[in-house]
Ligand binder design. Structure first.
Ligand code: S3P
Length: 414
C-alpha cells in the first residue's frame, strides 16, 4: 500500500466498533440463555474468529445487515477451535470452555501459535482445569473436568487473563477471585454484570459467583484504539472528530498521554450506552511535547503504544517509555517492530528491553515499512507516513482487516 504525505488532515469519522466489546458481546451471548442482537459490532477478522468458534461450540451466530444475531447455548459441545490471529478469542474461550467441562483443542495462525498461553492455563489449573499447552504455547488441549472456585493472583495486568479466570469461575463450584497488579480493561466485568452475574470489584480484585447468563442486546461503541489513528492525525496535521467512541476509563490512557504531550483535545456529547461511557473526541493540531510513560500507565494504552511512539517521534524532546515488555508478546514483538518502523521513516528511536527512547524531530523523511502482518504496526506506520515529507509503502498492508476493515479508505478521506 502506497501512502502519500498530507499537508493537512481534517474530517469527521464514524470509526468501526470496539474489538474487545464485540468479542465479549458475541462470546458471552453465545454462552447465555436466550437471544440477543449486537449492533455496531466490529466485523473484523478477529471478531469473526470468535463468531466461528462459538458456532463450533453449538451457538447460532448470524450476521444480518449490520447486526450480529446470537442464540446462546447453555451446553457446549466438544470442539476443535481455530482462533486465527486472535489472542482474545483463544484466551477468553480457554476459560469459558473450561467452566463448561468440555473437551476442546485450540489452534491459531503462525503469530498466535507463538504467543504465551500458560499465563491462562496455569491459573485455570488452580480451579481444577485439565489443560495443557505445548511449551507454553498453542495448540492448547482441554479435557473435561469439574472446576472449583479459587482465589487467583496474576503477575501481569491482562484483561485477557483476568477474563478467562472470571469466565471459568462462572462454571465453577463456589466463588472465584482474580487480583491483578494494576487494573486492566473492565469490559468483561461490566457485561457479565449486565447479563445477571454476581460480579464485585474492590481495588484490583474482581470476585465472581457461578451463574447462568441471560442474553442481553449490546450497542457497541467505536473503538478508541482504532479512533486513535485519526485522533493522532488531527494532532499532527489539522482537526479531526471521531464520533461515538468508547471512553471507558480503563481504555483512555491515550487521552491522559495526550494531556501530558500538550495535545489539544475535547470530549463532546458524553453519555452512557449499554453500561459503557461514550463521547465524540475532537483533536486539534498541537505543538507536541515529549512523553514519559512507566509501568502503571501501560495497561490503559497498551494497544496504542506503537502509535504513541509515532507521536513521540514528532514531539519536542526525548520521550522514554518503560515497563512495556508486554509488547514483546503481542501480534508481533512490538518493541522490535515499532522501533524498526520508526527508523524506516527517518525517526530516532532506540528499543530498550521494556520500551523505547525516542528523540523527536520536527519532520520525518518517510520510507518503506514492513508491518510483519501486525495490524497496529501497519496503521501506526500509515500515520507516520501520512505526516512525513515523502510518504512510502507498507508491506503486508492488508493485515489492518484484523481490527479496522476499510482503514485505508478512511485515510483517503482526510
Ligand atoms: C484485550 C486485552 C489486551 C489487548 C488486546 C485486547 C481484550 O490484552 O492488548 O488487544 O480484549 O481483553 P492484555 O490485557 O492481555 O494485555
Amino acid at each position: 500500500m502506497k501512502i502519500l504525505p498530507h499537508r493537512t488532515f481534517c474530517g469527521e469519522f464514524a470509526i468501526p466498533g470496539d474489538k474487545s466489546i464485540t468479542h465479549r458481546a458475541i462470546m458471552f451471548n453465545a454462552a447465555a440463555r436466550g437471544r440477543a442482537e449486537i449492533t455496531g459490532a466490529l466485523l473484523g477478522e478477529d471478531c469473526l474468529s470468535t463468531a466461528e468458534c462459538m458456532r463450533a461450540l453449538g451457538a447460532r451466530v448470524e450476521v444480518r445487515g449490520g447486526a450480529v444475531c446470537v442464540e446462546g447455548t447453555e451446553k457446549f459441545r466438544d470442539a476443535s477451535l481455530y482462533c486465527g490471529n486472535s489472542g482474545t478469542t483463544m484466551r477468553l474461550l480457554m476459560g469459558l470452555a473450561a467452566g463448561r467441562a468440555i473437551n476442546a483443542c485450540f489452534t491459531g495462525d503462525p503469530s498466535l501459535s507463538g504467543r504465551p498461553m500458560e499465563r491462562v492455563a496455569a491459573p485455570l489449573r488452580l480451579l481444577g482445569a485439565d489443560i495443557t499447552t505445548e511449551n507454553g504455547k498453542p495448540p492448547v488441549t482441554l479435557r473435561a473436568a469439574p472446576l472449583h472456585g479459587a482465589d487467583v493472583k496474576i503477575s501481569v495486568a491482562s484483561a485477557q487473563v483476568k477474563s478467562a479466570i472470571l469466565l471459568a469461575g462462572l462454571g465453577a463450584r463456589g466463588e472465584t477471585s482474580v487480583e491483578e497488579p494494576f487494573r486492566s480493561r473492565d469490559h468483561t466485568e461490566r457485561m457479565l454484570a449486565a447479563m445477571g452475574a454476581d460480579v464485585r470489584v474492590s481495588g484490583n480484585t474482581v470476585r465472581i459467583a457461578p451463574c447462568v447468563l441471560h442474553a442481553e442486546d449490546v450497542t457497541v461503541p467505536a473503538d478508541i484504539s482504532s479512533a486513535a489513528y485519526f485522533m493522532a492525525l488531527g494532532a499532527l496535521l489539522g482537526e479531526t472528530v471521531c464520533k461515538n467512541v468508547g471512553v471507558n476509563p480503563t481504555r483512555t490512557g491515550i487521552l491522559r498521554a495526550f494531556s501530558r504531550m500538550n495535545v489539544q483535545y475535547a470530549l463532546e456529547n458524553e453519555r452512557t450506552v449499554c453500561g459503557e461511557p461514550v463521547a465524540d473526541i475532537r483533536v486539534k493540531k498541537s505543538a507536541l511535547r515529549a512523553l514519559t510513560l512507566t509501568r502503571e500507565d501501560i495497561p490503559s494504552l497498551v494497544d496504542e503504544l506503537p502509535l504513541i511512539a509515532v507521536l513521540c517521534a514528532f514531539a519536542e524532546g526525548e520521550s522514554v517509555i518503560s515497563g512495556a515488555e508486554e509488547l514483546r508478546v503481542k501480534e508481533s514483538d512490538r518493541i522490535r517492530t515499532t522501533a524498526e518502523m520508526l527508523s524506516a521513516v527517518g525517526a530516532d528511536c532506540t528499543a530498550t528491553p521494556d520500551g523505547f527512547v525516542i528523540r523527536g524531530r520536527e519532520r520525518l523523511a518517510g520510507g518503506n515499512i514492513r508491518s510483519y502482518k501486525d495490524h497496529r504496526i501497519a496503521m501506526s506506520g500509515a500515520v507516520a507516513l501520512t505526516a512525513s515529507d515523502g510518504g512510502g509503502e507498507i508491506a503486508d498492508a492488508e493485515c489492518v482487516d484484523i481490527s479496522f476493515p476499510g482503514f485505508y479508505e478512511y485515510l483517503r478521506r482526510g
